[in-house]
Design a binder for this molecule. Structure first.
Ligand SMILES: NC(=O)c1ccc[n+]([C@@H]2O[C@H](COP(=O)([O-])OP(=O)(O)OC[C@H]3O[C@@H](n4cnc5c(N)ncnc54)[C@H](O)[C@@H]3O)[C@@H](O)[C@H]2O)c1
Length: 442
């Protein structure tokens, strides 16, 4: 068993630490935010991710938390799991990664620095040069990008589809591969640049599928097809598969938006215009706003209308509000003059723009509402189309941004219903067509 140091006690760092402890390794987690380290020492986790508190608790004897970088000096592996947010130019901000390199304590033997943060292609080469410049030629470097998804992070780490390992020296790659030897997954060994690109390309491909099915959904809406059936039929093609073919209000979160921008800028900086990715990003931006069009078709002007936003996190299973579509939606609704009440079981509604009233229950959100919008696919919302909710709403309209509800059942329960890419029922309010412009005098 090995001694593993982790830089960053966020989603990736803490899950990596907890799972390595589960695999029997000794783990030291280092962060720079005292409140996070103090909470972890007390046994608290400051974000919502199923399974993490339990693992940290079960392996408390193998896990230590520190603010002091000297405490990782005797680790054989140093995992970099710090955040790499976008800069104003859209490139990945690597300042925290470089801080880790600058702060590395004196290290003996051949420890391996392992990059789990998502970084642009070419970062490993620059870090290798930086390490050499600092006299740390004896420190190995491996790119080992992380593919976990929030909400299923522990399962994804313990049962990954693959483990990507890119190394300058095969021995360093072998050492990292041994850390994972109890995990049953294919290992893709490559050079460092290719491992970095695997992560960016995988994310870009997933986003492409989301924007693709969202565009198909929009065409379904215009033509009367049902995207849920279409996706089922498309996904059964073994060449395509069923994943990431759920139409909705667009992707958000801490990874997709920033990673798509970073890859687009990486390409532009290298003189290449990545047209497909630019379109994927634009489709996603527009998708978030289509809810407004649906609301105005049913309600006319939204000025003074009460809209309930149900679910705020960028997806179910997490409290992460980074780049959540709910933020764009809330801003657009406020701009249209709507009164917005918002609910989420775990996410912090304080991240929404000023003017939104955050309430503790679904019932509070829908009371007196002219429309309820399902933004996050929380299980709690499956029962939304109930007689109680209908009785309490001023106007029983549900806009289902995640296709969570059954349209027929919802309509039978007395609601007007619109999902994403699903046929509109004749019993629903018919779209209000814009008034024809007066004919021009010749
Ligand atoms: N969140 C995900 O679902 C996910 C999935 C795959 C990959 N990634 C990538 O992993 C990286 C980390 O993402 P995250 O979501 O865990 O970020 P996060 O913001 O949740 O956590 C990053 C942590 O690093 C800490 N930190 C910053 N500078 C530090 C330093 N010098 N030393 C020690 N700790 C430091 C921060 O205080 C923070 O706690 C990013 O590059 C992200 O793109 C994230």
């Amino acid at each position: 068993m090995s001694k593993v140091g982790i830089f960053g006690a966020g989603w990736v760092g803490l899950v990596t630490g907890a799972c390595f402890a589960e695999l029997g390794h000794q783990v030291v987690v280092r962060d720079v935010v005292p409140a996070k380290i103090e909470a972890l020492r007390r046994g608290d986790v400051l974000f919502h991710e199923d399974g993490v508190p339990e693992l940290l608790d079960a392996h408390a004897g193998r896990l230590t938390y520190t603010l002091d970088v000297a405490d990782v000096a005797d680790c054989e592996f140093l995992f970099v799991c710090v955040d790499t947010p976008p800069t104003y130019s859209g490139d990945a901000d690597l300042s925290r990664v470089w801080t880790v390199i600058d702060e590395l304590p004196d290290l003996d033997g051949r420890p391996v620095l392992v990059m789990k943060s998502t970084v642009p292609v070419g970062t490993g080469e620059k870090i290798r040069a930086g390490l050499d410049q600092r006299g740390l030629e004896h420190v190995g470097y491996v790119s080992n990008p992380e593919f976990l998804a929030e909400g299923t992070a522990v399962r994804d780490f313990m049962h990954p589809d693959r483990i990507a390992i890119g190394a300058f020296h095969a021995d360093d790659g072998d050492a990292v591969a041994r850390l994972y030897e109890q995990i049953d997954a294919p290992i893709v060994r490559s050079d460092v640049n290719s491992a970095e690109m695997i992560k960016l390309a995988a994310n870009a491909f997933l986003m492409t599928r989301i924007s693709f099915i969202n565009e198909i959904a929009n065409v379904c809406e215009a033509t009367g097809a049902d995207v849920v059936k279409v996706a089922e039929g498309v996904g059964l093609d073994h060449r395509l598969g069923p994943h990431f073919l759920r139409a909705g209000i667009g992707y958000g979160g801490s990874c997709f938006p920033k990673d798509s921008l970073a890859l687009k800028q990486l390409a532009s900086n290298s003189g290449y215009h990545f047209q497909l990715l630019s379109a994927v990003i634009e489709v996603n931006e527009l998708q978030k706003r289509r809810v407004i069009g649906k609301l105005t078709r049913h309600l006319g002007s939204l000025r003074g209308k009460n809209v309930a936003l149900l679910g705020l996190a960028f997806k179910a299973g997490t409290d992460d509000m980074r780049e959540a579509p709910s933020i764009v939606l809330a801003s657009r609704l406020l701009a249209e003059g709507a009164e917005v009440r918002a609910w989420d079981p775990v996410a912090d509604g304080g991240k929404l723009p000023k003017g939104v009233e955050v309430v503790p229950t679904v019932a509070d959100a829908v009371r007196g509402a002219d429309a309820a919008v399902i933004v996050t696919e929380w299980e709690e919302l499956r029962g939304l189309a109930s007689p109680e909710v209908r009785a309490t709403m001023a106007n029983p309209l549900i806009i289902d941004g995640r296709n969570l509800l059954d349209p027929d059942e919802t309509r039978r329960a007395g609601f007007a219903y619109e999902g994403v890419g699903r046929p509109v029922s004749p019993t629903d309010v018919l779209p209000q067509l814009p008034e024809a412009a007066p004919a021009q005098e010749a």
